[in-house]
Write a protein that binds this ligand. Structure first.
Ligand code: ADP
Ligand code: MG
Length: 204
């Protein structure tokens, strides 16, 4: 599938709009186990993406993803800014305009590794990785009903962070008290996956 300029614009706009629309929810989650700024951080970053969307999507997919990543690093702040920035920049390094499910899965795997390295974190620590990993696993499986399964796994995986104890990030300061709340970064990752899947499904 070819991701042309129009598709790139739709992709970035949809992701940005969904994140912005959920800023309050993300901030509420972060208020419970963090410092209550995840939604504000993400909204600031994705408002900057929206403001520059024409310019960003004018470049090929690789370069435009790198541009989104750089914007997020500069504007989101907190722990999540450099991590989401790394994710998008790494995707940009590997992907070109002609994508296949396999290529996206390979690029996503590399990008997740980059996030792990940057965050010195891994799956099972109650972070965004606990959504990104299971999503990658389903992407690798491929098969029928992929969009539905990707969205279902993102939702389920974000909910599965509720009983987890945080080992990384601010929530880890709470120790046992981090149990019983959804990780805000897991929720924002699920939102982003949802938005990307919806756009890709529409393009297919
Ligand atoms: P901060 O914690 O600096 O206030 P945010 O509130 O914007 O930053 O983002 C918090 C989210 O970032 C967490 O919910 C978690 O998912 C993610 N996160 C924090 N630290 C790490 C890490 N080391 N590795 C992976 N994800 C992390
Ligand atoms: Mg925070």
């Amino acid at each position: 599938m070819m991701i042309d300029r129009e598709a790139r614009k739709l992709l970035f706009e949809t992701v940005a709009q969904r994140v912005i629309a959920s800023a309050e929810e993300l901030t509420d989650l972060d208020r419970a186990i963090g410092d209550g700024d995840h939604g504000v951080n993400m909204r600031r970053g994705f408002e900057a993406v929206l403001a520059a969307v024409d310019e960003l999507s004018a470049k090929n997919l690789g370069e435009s993803l790198k541009g989104v990543g750089t914007t997020l690093v500069m504007k989101v702040g907190g722990a999540s800014g450099p991590l989401y920035g790394t994710l998008f920049m790494s995707l940009g390094k590997t992907l070109d305009d002609e994508v296949t499910c396999e290529r996206v899965a390979d690029a996503f795997a590399t990008a997740i590794d980059a996030v792990r390295a940057r965050g010195k974190s891994d799956v099972g620590q109650k972070t965004m990785l606990d959504v990104l990993f299971p999503v990658l696993a389903v992407l690798r499986e491929g098969g029928t009903e992929l969009p539905v399964r990707l969205k279902a796994v993102a939702k389920a995986a974000s909910e599965e962070t509720i009983p987890m104890r945080a080992i990384r990030g601010r929530a880890s300061f709470l120790g046992e008290r981090s149990v019983g709340h959804m990780d805000p970064g897991a929720r924002s990752s699920a939102l982003i996956v949802d938005a990307v899947v919806d756009v890709m499904e529409g393009l297919a």
